[in-house]
Design a protein around this ligand. Structure first.
Ligand code: OAD
Ligand code: ZN
Length: 317
């Protein structure tokens, strides 16, 4: 990448922050680890190394989020899902930093790969946020496409059940497959439907609700490997942000997953780029690398800029 200007110091980063008006902030799991939410790829603490220890019968822990694996056997994902549901109203100093940029009128877009929904807790506005890998806000039936509010399946997820589609179940019941027909009198039609029902309700509770295999499995609308990203991602990046961006800040992501990893090379090469993370990356050459705990780095940037980062976790100066 041909660099027109040369930036390298922390103070250069502060000057860039001060003068920029259209900042793209690209975030990953590293901005939520201070809240006790594991990232994916950190050795020992990351979700993938935790999953390896569980022995889920898969070769690669990333397969938990693989759409073909899910279609084949949703129990693998649902074994893990209860532990990754959005569960906190807190937010980190780094989320507060992004919200502060927004409130100063400097945030063009926060592209987040995170599915923890913590951006909202910090007050980052939906119109400033692209959840590149979707979220738990909605869930869809894998058979008929029926979409519901995400939290309607949380109870099943927490109980270790595979959530099934209400619309599919209703359709099956009307065809005589399901619990409604069971209590009917003993004519031949009801015998047939009872047989159907018993074939399909093959779990222990015999309620015919959660385990009717014909009813589609519900999946939270988080983007699995093998699924396309939400349309908004490339639409906004290509049609809107690419022409407006004046600074790129990447925080807490290993940039290992495409197409989000391609955002930085896609943006005009003369736009300055800052990388904030514990672990350096070698496949993208940033103008400024600020290596360390992102909450500490953003607090120091604010201190030098003379900005008040209002967050209980930031130690007072
Ligand atoms: P990763 O776990 O790959 O990367 C997180 C990065 O943040 C690592 O480089 C860590 O060193 C760094 N990090 C962790 N805690 C930090 C802290 N407190 N301060 C600074 N840096 C810190 O997570 P992502 O890059 O977000 O996708 O992963 C990308 C995608 O891979 C996820 O969205 C998920 C996953 O598979 C899907 O599931 C589709
Ligand atoms: Zn359905």
């Amino acid at each position: 990448r041909a660099k027109i200007m040369s930036y390298n110091s922390v103070d250069d980063a502060v000057q860039l922050l001060k003068r920029s008006r259209n900042i793209v902030v690209l975030t990953g799991a590293g901005i939520s680890t201070s809240l006790g939410i594991p990232d994916f790829r950190s050795k020992e603490t990351g979700l993938y190394s935790q999953l390896e220890k569980l022995g889920l019968g898969i070769n690669d822990p990333q397969e938990v989020f693989n759409i073909d694996v899910f279609r084949d056997d949703p129990t693998i994902f649902y074994t893990v899902a209860k532990d990754i549901l959005p569960a906190t109203k807190k937010f980190s100093p780094t989320h507060a930093f992004i919200a502060m940029l927004q409130n100063q009128g400097k945030l063009l877009t926060n592209y987040s790969q995170n599915i923890d929904n913590i951006e909202a807790n910090a007050g980052i506005l939906p119109e400033k946020l692209v959840q590149c890998h979707g979220s738990f806000a909605t869930a869809s039936c894998q058979r008929c496409g029926h979409k519901v509010r995400g939290d309607t399946i949380f109870e099943d997820i927490k109980a270790g059940k595979i959530p099934r589609c209400g619309r599919c179940i209703t359709a099956l019941k009307s065809k005589g497959i399901g619990p409604l027909k069971r209590k009917r009198s003993n004519n031949s039609a009801s015998k047939r439907s009872r047989r159907n029902f018993e074939d399909f309700d093959d779990d222990d509770d015999d309620d015919g609700v959660y385990n009717i295999p014909q009813a589609g499995v519900m999946k939270p609308d988080i983007t699995f490997f093998g699924e396309p990203l939400p349309d908004e991602f490339s639409k906004r990046l290509v049609k809107h942000d690419r022409n407006l961006v004046d600074l790129v800040i990447v925080i807490g992501t290993s940039l290992k997953v495409a197409p989000v990893s391609e955002v930085v090379p896609f943006l005009p090469s003369h736009i300055p780029q800052i990388y904030i993370s514990r672990t350096p990356v070698s496949h993208i050459n940033f103008d400024i690398d600020l290596l360390g705990d992102c909450d500490v780095v953003v607090a120091e940037l604010c201190r030098r800029a003379g900005w008040d980062l209002d967050h209980p976790m930031v130690p007072p100066n």
